[in-house]
Structure formats: structure tokens, C-alpha cells
Design a protein around this ligand. Sequence first.
Ligand code: ATP
Length: 232
Amino acid sequence: MSLLEVDAIDTFYGDFQALYGISMAVDEGQVVAVIGANGAGKSTLMKSIVGLLHPARGRILLDGRPVEGMRPSKLVAQGIALVPEGRRLFPSLSVGENLMVAGQLGRPGPWTIERVFDLFPVLRERQHQQSTSLSGGQQQMVAIGRALMSNPRLLLCDELSLGLAPIVVREIFGRLPEIVAQGTSIVIVEQDVMQAMAAASMLYCLQEGRTVLSGPPKSLTADTVRAAYFGV
Ligand code: ATP
């Protein structure tokens, strides 16, 4: 049984249908990537999984149990955490406080503030600074750390690479295996296709709300992925 199973969901914004029969599976210990151009529906899929949007049709199963329609706070307690696009840190709080607020929401598990500091040592040095004084990459590390503090079984990362220099993106992606080693599966939503393909063992490509390609990155050629991504 997969840890997460998304089964043929349709999600709407009012009358506008943003997702058409999207299905996806995430196994324990797996990194799955979702790629697609602007407006393909990647964020809508993430928001549907974390309960910020409710699919009109289809099912979302965690450990075989339906979770669609649950409130986001309940889903955090069930082990699903989101690193939102744009990080959304609490600007008036310090790095340490940003991390600590999330620790109260989740489940018991391996992640503590010290573990997060071991994962991203620069955050230990900056823990008393206001989060807004950090670089973009460091803020992204806080956003990841904050999600980890709820001890998720599934970590959803929306556009980790957005606005960051390639070297910082590599540094952050380089930490993902350690997160998986602690027992957390990961879904990454990315516009950086190469980074996504390198990090994941399963890839889904969305286009205008539909899955146009899926498979292990190793089985896909760059041309096939490019054609699916751009819709040519
Ligand atoms: P991006 O990379 O730009 O974030 P995306 O693949 O995440 O793109 P979504 O944000 O999921 O795409 O958007 C999918 C579709 O839903 C788009 O056509 C978009 O215009 C539409 N959409 C997104 N948010 C809303 C909203 N709040 N109200 C109405 N339509 C929306």
C-alpha cells in the first residue's frame, strides 16, 4: 500500500476546473516530483492534498484511509506538511520561533529543533535573528525546518528553487536524502526540471490540469519530458 494515494481528483476554483482526474502515488521513503509550466495545476494539487482546497470528485488516501475534505490542521496531525510556495515565514518572529511554533501542531517523531539545526547548521547561528533578515536560501531552510518540526510522514515542497541561485538550490536539494532517511517521504513541485528529475524516483508532468506524462525519470528521455512540459 502506498503512503499517499491520490485517486482521480477534480478540483475547482468556483466554476473553473483546475484539475482533471489527477492520480498520483507516493511510497514510504520515496521522493516524487511534479513538474509543469506556469498554471499547469501543481500548486492546486498540493493545496488539494493538504486540505486547503477540497476536490469535487476523487479520493485522497493516507495509509489507505480517506483524508479528502479534512481540515489542514487535522492533516498536519495525520502527518502531512507543506512547505508553501514563497515560504510564508512569520516575519516578526525569529528563526528559532518560526521553527518552534510548528512543533506544537504535529506528531511525535524524530524532528527537534536541534535536528533541524544539524540539517541546516547556518540556522543554528542565525536562530535569534528575525527571519526576514536572512537570505532567500536561508529562509527556504527555515520553511523546510518549520514543516519538519511537525514530524511529517509526507513533506510537500512547492517550488523550493524559486528565486534561488543554482548553488543554493543544489545545497537544499542535497539535504533531501537525509530527510528521507528520517522516515519522511517527499513530493517536490518544481519548475527546475533537471533538479526535479535528479532528486526523484518518480515524475509526474501536468499540463492544463491533466497528467500528460508519468514514470521514473530514468525511463524518460529529455525530449519526451520537454515535449510534455511545453505541450508540443
Ligand atoms: P505556478 O507555477 O504558476 O504556481 P501551477 O502549476 O502551480 O503554476 P496553479 O497555481 O495550480 O498552477 O493554477 C492552475 C490553474 O488554476 C491556473 O489556470 C490558474 O490560473 C488557476 N488558479 C489558481 N489559483 C486560482 C484561484 N485562486 N482562483 C481561480 N483560479 C485559480
